[in-house]
Design a protein. Structure first.
Length: 139
């Protein structure tokens, strides 16, 4: 197994173990996108647990590694916000939560030394946040 794959596997296992403790499943799909329960197309999503029903992170893995890894980092960022009971997570202006999840994703990619170019990731984050600001549902 390559060093690159070992780093990816270590990160995925870390996220999986963390989520398992919080009653959240990590699920991967083969395609380039997934559908939320509301039938919205997405790269991935986080759904928090409710009572006895497990939560889940669902990630579209049919894209290059750097893309699904950053999506996993972003959605795991939302898990961390939720676990920390962050005011951002509950803010009616969810743009702030999205920006924070992007920041957390970039930090995770760096901390786990994942094969995601920092400059590329920063550009993708800016593009996503610009798009999100234009298309999000208003509070």
């Amino acid at each position: 197994m390559s060093k690159k794959q070992q780093k990816i596997d270590f990160f995925v296992n870390y996220v999986r173990k963390y989520c398992k403790k919080a009653n959240i499943r990590l699920e991967f799909r083969k395609g380039a996108w997934v559908y939320t329960d509301e039938r919205h197309k997405a790269d991935g999503f986080f759904q928090e647990p409710e009572k006895s029903i497990h939560g889940r992170i669902v990630i579209a893995k049919g894209v290059p590694d750097k893309e699904w890894l950053t999506t996993l980092g972003h959605e795991f960022g939302h898990v961390l916000q939720w676990m920390e009971d962050s005011p951002l997570y509950h803010d009616k202006n969810d743009y702030h939560a999205e920006r924070d999840a992007e920041r957390r994703s970039r930090k995770l990619m760096k901390d786990f030394n994942l094969p995601v170019p920092n400059i590329w990731h920063r550009k993708q984050s800016r593009n996503y946040l610009t798009w999100y600001k234009r298309h999000r549902r208003k509070p």
